[in-house]
Design a protein around this ligand. Sequence first.
Ligand code: KG4
Ligand code: ZN
Length: 347
Amino acid sequence: MAEPLVLGIETSCDETGVALVRGNELLVDAVASSMEEHARYGGIIPEVASRAHLEAMIPTIQKALGEADVDLSEVDAVAVTAGPGLVGPLTIGASAAKALSIGLNKPLYGVNHVIGHACVDQLVDGPLPERAMALVVSGGHSSLLMVNDIATDVTELGSTLDDAAGEAFDKVGRLLGLPYPGGPHIDRLAREGDPTAIRFPRGLTAAKDQAKHAYDFSFSGLKTAVARWVEARTDAGQAIPVHDVAASFAEAVADVLTAKTIAACHKHGVDTLVIGGGFSANSQLREMAAKRCAEAGIDLRIPPIRYCTDNGAMIAALGSAVLRAGVAPSSLDIPVDSSMPLTTITV
Ligand code: KG4
Ligand code: ZN
């Protein structure tokens, strides 16, 4: 018998994502984004994102069904992001998913967005091995997850105590006068700079942090160090070597992310690492992770970037995984949870 067909809906931030997954096979991944509306504010405005989700939801569902040539009646289950994310946007997606679940009389699975970022890799690189490490890095999250079973057993080893990696890039981008979001601009500048030009601090890597924060991240001190460095140069009337600043900053972020992640792989005896989230587009992180994983004998899996940014495929993939694992469906009165714990896979 064919695997069940799962429709996934993602609305935790600015992307309205709708996808259809059967087993680990992606049939279609449709996405609408309201990023252009937010760019002029220099950040996501939740109300603007919610309204955009409301307007884009039905057209995006229709687009997905049309492209896959699937009738809504063929859908066996509906998966939706229940958190973490922005409450207003999450509510629009959850409402749509509940309505579909009732209308189709098919089970609903409210799932965790961050775990979805790791799970989507299964659609590209095949089933995850029994134990894998996942580093999920984006504008909203920087988390290190121990994945014992993507459908039933995930533990959080660490996360950022302040800014997410992408958020730190966006903030440094702002102080260097780059357009929002600054991450990709810094990446581009960094490629032409000297990563060893300036030694910026590596947060939570001191010996004293090993006991409590071995796998946690902190990027706000780094961001402040960059700001102070730029300020001091500006006050002295000197030009800012933006390429070197960008490269040295990007190097510090990539260094901490990869060093802690690989240490966690060693500690837990894991030899597969999945990197997901929009920040995994970052060249410096990709290069350093590839080099260090090869040296450490770790199999590195990074899906193509369109599956790393927020999308419906990651939610359909996780819905499909939990359904196949026999996890009970969600009740139709589930709330959304802006700070859903990363150990909660379904609600
Ligand atoms: O996953 P995503 O699309 O949205 C969420 O934040 O959930 O991630 C976007 C974040 C932004 O902060 C953006 O600046 C950053 O990832 N980003 C990058 C790069 N591409 C995207 N940061 C550094 N280098 C990049 N190439
Ligand atoms: Zn995300």
